[in-house]
Design a protein around this ligand. Structure first.
Ligand code: HH2
Length: 271
């Protein structure tokens, strides 16, 4: 038997400014590049750059603003590193600009559904595409999520979106799937059963990305721990994902996650 490899670690880089003043924007761009450098040094296998928050209730960001935040950052990272870059956007025009600037992966939490042009754009770009499950729309998705069988419904959705992408011309070996932890899912009633049956998502036969870092269900399980105190829970989910066979995890705390997954793989390989 060959040795078990750990999942790839995708580090999250937020390119969303807190302030809309020019000074704030400049500082935000600088801070995003510094953060990207830090995550590369910490061992990130992939960087995921986002310029539009998908948090419930977050305001949409126009495409030009997303492009203005992302393109200079991608160029600056590319000038010093060959690390694969993914871009977290629902807009084809942003994906096009990002790939032209040197990004490699389109991370679409809308799974190519929110723009009629999206499937054809993904095919034309020829980049890797992450198709994520979400019930509803980002602004309202946490209002009243409902499932009869969350895992079966997420799997059926992902299989359908992969078929739609391939029908539009996206190559099968470019497609990743993501169960969309926290996207239109009740904190514990939906996220926990889905995580318990992640092997069913993996069994769809395409690489799976798992994004659970610091999400609300961890706080719900651990007595209301705030987002900055969810590292232990985030690592627990990454380890569970690795045991279920996910290909990659999307995390804030790259160094700690790489270490946990490396030790887990070393133990499994010694057995
Ligand atoms: N989660 C968030 C954003 N993008 N993309 C994928 N593919 N999978 C995810 O689970 C995912 C994602 C959630 O982001 P949010 O909690 O709003 O903030 P952050 O970007 O800091 O994680």
């Amino acid at each position: 038997m060959g040795s078990i490899e750990r999942p790839k670690v995708m580090g999250i880089v937020n390119a969303t400014p807190d302030s809309f003043s020019d000074g704030g924007r400049f500082l935000a761009a600088d801070a995003a590049l510094a953060h990207a450098r830090r995550l590369i040094a910490d061992g990130a296998d992939i960087l995921d750059l986002g310029a539009e928050s998908t948090r419930p209730g977050a305001e949409p960001v126009p495409a030009e603003v997303e492009i203005a935040r992302l393109v200079p950052l991608i160029q600056a990272i590319r000038a010093e590193s060959a690390v694969p870059i993914s871009v977290d956007t629902m807009k084809p025009q942003v994906a096009r600009a990002a790939m032209a600037a040197g990004a490699n992966i389109w991370n679409d939490v809308a799974a190519l559904r929110f723009s009629a042009d999206a499937p054809a754009a993904a095919a034309e770009l020829g980049c890797d595409v992450i198709l994520m499950h979400m019930q509803g729309q980002p602004r309202t998705m946490q209002a009243e999520p409902h499932y009869d069988d969350v895992t079966a419904e997420v799997c059926a959705f992902l299989a359908e979106r992969a078929e739609a992408a391939m029908a539009a011309g996206v190559a099968r070996d470019r497609i990743w799937l993501d169960p969309g932890i926290g996207f239109g899912k009740h904190t514990t009633c939906h996220n926990l059963p889905l995580l318990a049956r992640l092997d069913q998502v993996v069994a769809l036969g395409l690489p799976v990305l798992l994004g659970a870092s610091r999400k609300a269900f961890i706080g719900a399980v651990d007595g209301g721990a705030p987002a900055d105190q969810r590292l232990g829970g985030s690592i627990a989910v990454a380890l569970a994902g690795a045991a279920a066979g996910v290909a990659a995890v999307r995390v804030h705390d790259v160094r700690e996650t790489v270490q946990a997954l490396t030790v887990q793989a070393a133990i499994r390989n010694a057995g």
